[in-house]
Design a protein around this ligand. Structure first.
Ligand code: HEM
Length: 135
């Protein structure tokens, strides 16, 4: 329908393989959580978090979001983050760290943007509708 011959059509079909699959995502997550846990605004949220489980869940989550083979088996994001006191400013910092992590790689700008979009789109669900954090 909106077929424009002169603009390259983003092809997301091979995103997972193109970015380097599981090895790439594992490296990204590793670098990402170094940044998150190094941020004094964010670190306190994770002080009682079993990081092994979180890493496992994020592996699945990213795989599902980016077209990889693993299926997310964790809890719904709204449920997981409910009552932790996460405010929009924290979500903002969190996704900024994700973007910085992505930009710190040799991934092309388009793929950085695609990955960021696919994860970032979940942020609304996280805070809950009508801004109701409930705690
Ligand atoms: C787009 C943004 C985010 C995504 C996609 C995301 C994704 C996830 C996933 C998949 C889990 C694992 C769920 C499970 O164990 O079943 C998780 C857990 C967690 N997230 Fe997030 N998250 C986001 C933002 C944030 C922010 C902004 C914070 C805090 C500032 C945060 C703090 C936590 C904590 C503390 C846990 C562990 C909870 C627990 O084990 O009880 N997350 N997140």
């Amino acid at each position: 329908m909106t077929d424009t011959a002169d603009s390259p059509k983003p092809n997301d079909d091979n995103l997972w393989d193109r970015i380097g699959g599981q090895d790439r995502v594992d490296a990204l997550l590793e670098a990402f959580y170094v940044r998150v846990l190094d941020d004094p605004e964010l670190a306190p949220f994770f002080k009682d978090t079993p990081m092994d489980r979180l890493r496992r869940m994020q592996r699945e989550f990213f795989s599902t979001a980016l077209g990889g083979p693993l299926t997310y088996s964790g809890r719904p994001l709204a449920h997981v983050h409910h009552g932790l006191g996460i405010k929009p400013v924290h979500v903002q910092l969190f996704v900024e760290h994700l973007l910085a992590t992505l930009k710190d790689t040799d991934l092309g700008e388009d793929d950085v943007q695609r990955i960021y979009d696919r994860i970032h789109i979940q942020a609304d669900e996280l805070i809950g509708r009508a801004g109701g954090l409930g705690g």
